[in-house]
Design a protein around this ligand. Sequence first.
Ligand code: OAA
Ligand code: MG
Length: 546
Amino acid sequence: MQAQALAHASRSALSKLVSKAPAPKFNVEGSIHRARCLAQLRSKSSNLERYIYLNGLKGRDPALFYSLLFDNMKEIIPILYTPTVGEACQSYSHIWRRPEGLYISINDKGRIREVLSTWPNTREARISVVTDGSRILGLGDLGANGLPIAIGKLDLYIAGAGIRPSSTLPICLDTGTSTQKYLDDPLYLGVRRPRPETEEARNSYCWFREFMAAMRDVFPRLLVQFEDFSTDNAFRYLEMFRDRQLCFNDDIQGTGAVVLSGFLNAARLASDASGLPLSEHRILFFGAGSAGIGVAKQLMSFFKFNGLSEAEARERIWTVDSKGLITTSRKALQEHKKYFARTDYDGPPMTNLVDIINYVKPTALLGLSTIRNAFNKEAVEAMASHNKRPIIFPLSNPSSVCEVDYEDAVEWTNGKVIFASGSPYQPVVYNGATHEPSQGNNMYIFPGLGLGTLLSKADRVSDQMVEQSAVALAGSLTPAERTADLLYPRLERIRDVSAQIALAVIRTAQDMYIDGARDLRYITDNALLERVKDKMWNLHSPKTRM
Ligand SMILES: O=C([O-])CC(=O)C(=O)O
Ligand SMILES: [Mg+2]
């Protein structure tokens, strides 16, 4: 009872505080104080403490916070975002300091429009990241504790694409949680109830429809990024709204595009070493949730670029879930897994990863399973035995659920692995040479995809726009990055890269005649790229930008 009152009090306090919050002021910071803050940040004993510190700084002095972030992206992004944001979510009800986003509760049915209208910058809002906390990274159902993932993604929009902070809107849909630990936690911020099931779940789709309609009414110029919804709802909501409202799903489409991009570069490196034609790559997916199947569908584009038909492309992809290799002979297969179910295997269930690798002989092994160390020594060695340069992408986040650590992957393949992980890793020295890992995280895609969508005034986010964002990202590597065998650009260049992606997204929207910013059609690529960069918000000209 007391706990319920607390959760309710904090939510209504949040709406009130948010609506009264003054617009952040951006001052020019003193350089000594800036150095002091950086030293204070570095003096903290854990990344979670650093997260709390940065969060406080953002509230006290946004200008200083953004200035530190922009100048130290490689150091600070892993604190505000993956992997530390995962820990921040897990303990959010305990580390909570102040309202930072909107909670829409399942009990708000019938008055969602009213709740959304409490947001102070309704006219300025351009991008919202919306989660329901049901599958935060690979950490499961965190309920109302999921809000920091939306905040972290929006920090990336600000840092990586120059979206103005006041244009961003983090939202957590609070429909309960099925994680008992949180329901028992007296400090839990959310509605204290299990998630809706069956009949009630069907009603909750009406609730979601009400939410999306209210979003369109209250924020007419808003792009919605769906984030970390459990698999079924991730696919369902995307299908329901992709052609009707400006939205995309980051885990299905953003992750799909970032992996396609890395794979375009990785396959070229592997084929250079082996002589294998690009169209003959074979990809094994370990993990078949929204991200796994989303990525697999997006990787069909790779084979299409290399001249294969849809049926031929599908033949080059194998998927594995907790019950083993996915085949059509499996009973009660979930809908989203059917497309890639193999028709060419009818033996006994194949459940052991090493057996599956030896049967499929994949050129690439992609992990989206959230199972730590699932790619053990035997599995990695099996990949190395079939390939001169095996492609191994352990993509699960955060690092605590990553399928294989970089150091192990380098050692077990004698330095031959072509590697990208979802969470960041440090370079490794092996046999006297330094090997640098790549980070295949959707943070390279969504800022540029969102920026391009908004600048083009497109009326939807099309598959072609997503696909071309991947192609642009793959093409954005500098000669030095290619020489270092990197699959993605260095993080420090993210604004430049986002601008290139935005350019590709705008041109694609124009080719499809779904753009609204007609004036952008008639300028050269160079002029358009300059226009995109010029629109990016920064601390020195805060008023005139996105
Ligand atoms: O947030 C990240 O780092 C990538 C992502 O979308 C996820 O793992 O769900
Ligand atoms: Mg995600």
